[in-house]
Design a protein around this ligand. Structure first.
Ligand code: SF4
Length: 147
């Protein structure tokens, strides 16, 4: 036995988002409560506070809404989340919250802080895929059959 999934902590009801809230989905909260989920939050693991200014991808950097370059927080947090997952060889699948500059899998915000989404991938999502994990966003993950 061991963890079966690593999941964005905000999907499991943890209030780790920039606004101090979560985006809980009952499926993942229940699996977390059953001990099957390792929680990750690359932004908090990279040293950012709760709450925090929202950040968006601007070119190859991550900038906060007030213009602070937080790229190093995102890259170090992604490495820390990866390291934590790699300690659990039973984990092959990672479920991530779409649209986040860390966890977004297919879409991110466009860097103008206007709520506009563009195709793109968050810092941690890219790292997870590069290391061979099966990665799904929360919508795709609804179809995952729990064994
Ligand atoms: Fe959720 Fe990921 Fe953002 Fe943390 S970094 S709040 S886990 S989307």
């Amino acid at each position: 036995m061991g963890y079966e999934y690593a999941v964005s902590a905000c999907l499991c009801g943890k209030n780790v988002r920039y606004d101090g809230k979560s985006k809980v989905l009952s499926k993942w909260k229940e699996l977390y409560d059953q001990g099957k989920v390792l929680l990750i939050c690359p932004e908090v693991q990279g040293g950012l506070s709760i709450p925090r200014e929202p950040s968006e991808m601007v070119g190859d950097k991550i900038m906060s809404r007030i213009g602070v370059d937080v790229t190093h927080n995102f890259t170090s947090g992604a490495q820390e989340a990866l390291r934590m997952i790699q300690e659990h060889p039973s984990i092959h699948t990672i479920i991530l919250k779409e649209n986040s500059p860390s966890c977004g899998l297919h879409y991110v915000y466009d860097g103008t802080f206007s709520g506009t989404k563009i195709e793109g991938m968050g810092v941690f999502a890219r790292v997870a895929i590069e290391h061979g994990y099966k990665v799904y966003n929360e919508v795709e993950a609804e179809d995952i059959v729990i064994g």
